[in-house]
Design a protein around this ligand. Structure first.
Ligand code: 8YV
Length: 319
């Protein structure tokens, strides 16, 4: 029997590409460019399944033009804000994602950004690297202590819980806001805040781990930033659309935020050039899940979902 044909839009890990080629007829372009709307529509007539990343946008307009040959979109991501899920569902296209396997890697990056933001990593690295380090004093580059501090987490899914586990290693006092309260086992002593305002008021450090939806767009804005303690630190490894970037910059400039650590931006790739002159904004180019083992695990999870679908089973991560 002929193998199903799949389109892998970006360069996945070697192990993933090897396994995919063993089991599928794979179309993959090593140019590694994001698939445009035209690419997605054109390819839908040639393939039975697609493994996209968050860089390929399945908007309602794109989905309306998809060829009926395409049966499954097996995302290589946990976030699915690049997919219009109702439109895909109406079209009868199965959609899956990769929850769980990237939680630790993303939480590690959030921890790195939190520590780096709190301890002046950008300014410190620059002064040493540039050869301009000609002064020292106990009053020099004094940061904000993480150990024992209150940490607010918005979104206690897999990544939020992994971040909380790591933060407990720093004796942080964990608070969270989530659509629903966790079980006592998953909560592990964290304090639940049903209202966002109540969480913000205690968040000397605040880390975002919720999905990007119409409800969470701009959840961090001038109003919510003002509700945080003065001199707090914001970390975003979730999605750029959660943050009003102009409000963030105002909060940095007024000292309402002491620092921020960002892996996600409204414009990607690219980021926000207005942030570049602020040393207390630590930035990474959306690489939260970019470790060797996690890339393999994400690719394998996407393939597990495809395998189940083409066997005639419900994929484990069907949305
Ligand atoms: C990925 C992500 O790097 O999983 C997500 O939602 O944003 C990142 O982990 C990216 O989507 C890769 O496809």
């Amino acid at each position: 029997m002929a193998k199903p044909v799949i389109w892998i839009t970006r360069t996945l890990s070697d192990a993933t590409l090897e396994r995919a080629r063993r089991d599928y007829d794979v179309i993959w372009d090593e140019a590694d460019r994001p698939g445009t709307a035209e690419d997605i529509i054109r390819m839908s007539a040639k393939v039975d399944g697609i493994i996209p990343c968050h860089s390929e946008h399945f908007s309602a307009d794109v989905v309306a033009e998809l060829d009926p040959r395409l049966k499954i979109v097996a995302n290589h991501s946990v976030g699915v804000d690049h997919c219009d899920l109702p439109a895909l569902r109406d079209k009868g296209i199965v959609v899956t994602n990769t929850p769980g396997v990237l939680s630790d890697a993303t939480a590690e990056l959030a921890m790195m950004l939190m520590l780096a933001a709190a301890r002046n990593a950008v300014a410190g690295d620059r002064v040493v690297r540039s050869g301009n380090w000609d002064f020292w004093s106990p009053a020099f580059m004094v940061g904000k202590q993480v150990t024992g501090a209150p940490l607010g987490i918005i979104g206690m899914g897999g990544v939020g819980r992994a971040f909380a586990r790591k933060a407990r290693g720093f004796d942080m006092e964990i608070h969270y806001h989530n659509r629903s309260r966790l079980s006592p086992e998953d909560e592990a002593g964290a304090t639940y805040h049903e209202d966002l305002e109540s969480l913000l008021a205690v968040s000397d450090f605040l880390s975002l781990h919720c999905p990007a939806t119409t409800q969470t767009t701009g959840i961090i804005n001038a109003g919510t930033l003002a509700q945080m303690p003065k001199g707090s630190v914001l970390v975003n490894t979730a999605r750029g659309s959660l943050v009003d970037e102009a409000a963030l910059l105002d909060a940095i400039d007024s000292g309402q935020l002491a620092a921020a650590g960002l892996d996600c931006f409204v414009t990607e790739p690219g980021g926000n050039p207005d942030f570049s002159s602020r040393d207390n904004i630590v930035m990474m180019p959306h690489v939260g899940s970019a470790t060797v083992s996690t890339r393999d695990a994400m690719g394998f999870k996407a393939l597990d979902n495809l395998d189940a679908f083409f066997r005639g089973d419900t994929p484990p991560d069907q949305l």
